[in-house]
Design a protein around this ligand. Structure first.
Ligand code: ADP
Length: 689
């Protein structure tokens, strides 16, 4: 496998490189693709508009071509009609006078006719008629310049036995202008023999005017041109600014070829020559607009995609960096999601957990059933506590640890529940710290107790002095009596024996008293029962009273005990509560150890608490008539190691408060009237009376 992997590596590297480069240039490519698309659409639209314009122009050109060819055939038709008129005139064999008058009529009817001649076979003019209302074209009846041309044309006509046309030529006039003219020669045939010719002179200009002016002259400029473009005759004019379309048509006449040209007047070059290009342009604009909208939309989409990717990346980073384990389950209890912190907490891989359902692989086997029931209750939709609940999980390596679980229903966007979401906190460290704090608290309490014991010891020695001194003096007295008895000559009488008995009784009483004192201290020191028990308030007072009295006697304080009747027993850690009472009593008595305090009474008061009656709480109050507590001292009263006394440790009150609060109670103080301080605390009753 390794071998294959290493041989494939050089091969895969370029492919990988290609894909990464492709991915990187993806955005650039997308931009250039858009540019290409916009360019293409632009090019297509311009081409379309251009083609539409061209189509329009070609349509017009075709129309002009058609018109030109129609015009040519119109002229041709009129030529043959003219030839026919002349022919019929010749066929009538009219007298010269009649011929002349008929020709004159024809000349006046056809304004393109300039002159009609009759010629003999040699080509000489025998008779001619000029067009009326017009200056005669030629001064004489012989046209020497054109003679050769006419003769040639007439010979062609004779050969064709029909009309023949001469080449066109210019006839200048005395007024300065002139005419471009063309001759038509028609043989005169009598009994199938050509006896002469009729020659008709056409004005080219007038042909255009008479034959085409009406039909085509309004919109076009019509002209006869030579092959090199020279205009022979023109009719109509064209405005300069208009676009010009030109069509030419060759008119093949026997003996001559005329070129008819038509220049079209055209409203161009307009951008929108007609509806089609306008339509195409409108569609193009619409297309471009749609394209722009598409680009905008695509840009918006891209941005949304980017935002979504960012949000997803942020969510992923957030989930990955969370120290809280997260797990989602569907409504059937199957795991659908776990975050890395959850996997790390348990030592399982995500794949091992996904899809798992009860019993979960991280449940302790002996508790699986209990957990399953608990889960069933939760899945049944019972209200979940917001505080969370504690549980124990097993890591993959078998070690167990406590977790705090918070569960909440998983609600989708439609507001429908799709499962459950749970957050897990590994609280092993928290538990360890709590344990440490509890241990140090206990050590602190033990230290405080030892301090009390030390104090007790000094009081004890003072207290024991009296009985011991009494015992010692009684014992000395008794010994003296016994020595006297042993002296020779001394008689033992009843009186001596009674004295001895009394002394021994006193010794026993004093020893008993000393023993009691020692026992009370011993009891206090020895007893260390952590468990809570129901203790009657009276028993608590009885236990601490000997010790309180020790100090009271020393400081000349009067004790007053006020115990309400029929009080319920208290559920407490007896030793600690005794310590609290002892501390408060000792503080109170010390506060009264001042020359200013004349009335030295310490009151211990126990009664039912005014508030919390329903739960049955007992209130303890320790009232002294001492110097009271100054405001700056009051601020720090419960701070550990705060003391105003030279040998004080400053632990008493902070310890008292901890103990009372551990029992769920509350410790407070207030100034007492007329002087001194009242310390009050509450403890729970075992049951109401
Ligand atoms: P310690 O007795 O070792 O000084 P405590 O925590 O019991 O420590 O008391 C702290 C301080 O609070 C005392 O030093 C004293 O100044 C003040 N104090 C406590 N109880 C009383 C009281 N009943 N009257 C006046 N001052 C008091």
């Amino acid at each position: 496998m390794l071998h294959v992997g290493t041989t494939l590596q050089p091969l895969l590297k370029p492919i990988w490189l290609f894909f990464t480069t492709a991915a990187r240039s993806f955005t650039d490519r997308r931009v250039s693709l858009w540019f290409a698309l916009v360019g293409l659409v632009g090019a297509v639209l311009v081409t379309l508009v251009w083609l539409a314009g061209r189509y329009e122009a070609s349509q017009y050109q075709a129309e002009l071509d058609r018109d030109t060819s129609d015009a040519a055939s119109d002229i041709r038709r009129s030529f043959s009609r003219h030839a026919l008129s002349l022919q019929s005139l010749n066929a009538k064999s009219l007298s010269q006078k009649n011929w002349l008058s008929d020709v004159e009529v024809l000349l006046s009817q056809n304004r393109e006719w300039l002159r009609v001649e009759k010629r003999d076979l040699q080509g000489l003019v025998s008779v001619f008629v000029n067009a009326p209302y017009r200056t005669p074209l030629f001064e004489t009846n012989v046209r020497l310049n054109e003679q050769a041309e006419i003769v040639q044309t007439c010979q062609r006509a004779k050969r064709l036995n029909g009309p023949a046309y001469s080449r066109t030529y210019f006839v200048p006039q005395s007024s300065g202008i002139g005419f471009e003219v063309m001759e038509m020669c028609l043989p005169i045939i009598e009994h199938s023999i050509t006896v002469g010719y009729s020659v008709l002179t056409y004005s080219l200009q007038e042909i255009l005017f008479a034959q085409l002016g009406e039909t085509y002259g309004r919109r076009n400029e019509i002209s006869f041109v030579e092959p090199d473009g020279t205009r022979l005759a023109v009719h109509g004019t064209l405005p300069r600014s208009k676009r010009l379309f030109t069509a030419t048509q060759l008119m093949d006449l026997p003996g001559n070829t005329l070129m008819l040209r038509m220049d079209g007047r055209r409203a161009g070059p307009d951008l929108f020559p007609n509806v089609l290009p306008a339509l195409v342009t409108a569609m193009s604009i619409a297309l471009v607009s749609v394209l722009v909208l598409l680009v905008k939309d695509s840009r918006r989409r891209l941005k949304a995609e980017q935002d979504l990717a960012d949000a997803l990346a942020f969510r992923k980073a957030m989930e990955d960096s969370l120290v809280t384990g997260l797990r989602a389950r569907d409504l059937q209890g199957r795991i659908t999601y776990v975050n890395p912190a959850f996997c790390q907490m348990l030592g399982f891989k995500a794949e091992e957990l996904l899809g798992a359902s009860a019993p979960m692989p991280y449940w302790p086997s002996e508790m699986a059933e209990e957990y399953q029931q608990r889960q069933a209750v939760r899945l049944a939709g019972n209200a979940l506590s917001r505080e969370g609940f504690e549980s124990v999980f097993v890591r993959q390596d078998g070690s167990r640890f406590p977790v705090l679980i918070f569960e909440a229903p998983l609600i989708n966007v439609l507001g429908k529940q799709t499962g459950w979401m749970s957050a897990f906190l590994d609280i092993s460290e928290q538990r360890r710290v709590e344990e440490l704090s509890r241990a140090s608290q206990e050590r602190l309490q033990a230290t405080a107790r030892l301090a009390t014991v030390g104090e007790m010891a000094s009081l004890l020695s003072h207290e024991l002095n009296q009985p011991l001194a009494a015992i010692s003096s009684y014992a000395t007295g008794s010994l003296n009596l016994l020595h006297a008895q042993q002296r020779p000559g001394h008689l033992t009488d009843q009186h001596d024996l009674r004295d001895l008995q009394m002394a021994l009784e006193k010794i026993a009483a004093q020893a008993g008293r000393a023993g009691k004192v020692i026992n009370s201290v011993h009891d206090f020191v020895r007893r260390r029962d952590q468990d809570r028990e129901a203790v009657s308030p009276q028993a608590l007072i009885d236990a601490v009273l000997p010790l309180v009295q020790l100090q009271a006697r020393k400081l000349s304080v009067r004790l007053e005990i006020k115990l309400e009747e029929r009080l319920a027993p208290i559920l407490c850690d007896r030793t600690m509560v005794e310590q609290v009472i002892l501390n408060l009593a000792r503080n109170g008595m010390q506060a009264m150890d001042h020359p200013a305090c004349h009335q030295r009474t310490l009151t211990l008061q126990i009664k039912k608490a005014a508030s919390n009656l329903a739960h049955g709480w007992i209130e303890f109050a320790v009232i002294d008539l001492g110097v009271g507590i100054a405001a700056d001292v009051a601020k720090n009263l419960f701070t550990p190691f705060f003391t105003t006394k030279t040998e004080g440790m400053g632990l008493g009150l902070s310890l008292c408060r901890t103990v009372v609060e551990q029992h769920g109670g509350h410790l407070e103080f207030e100034p007492f009237q007329p002087c001194g301080t009242l310390f009050r605390f509450t403890l729970p009753a075992a049951s109401t009376v």
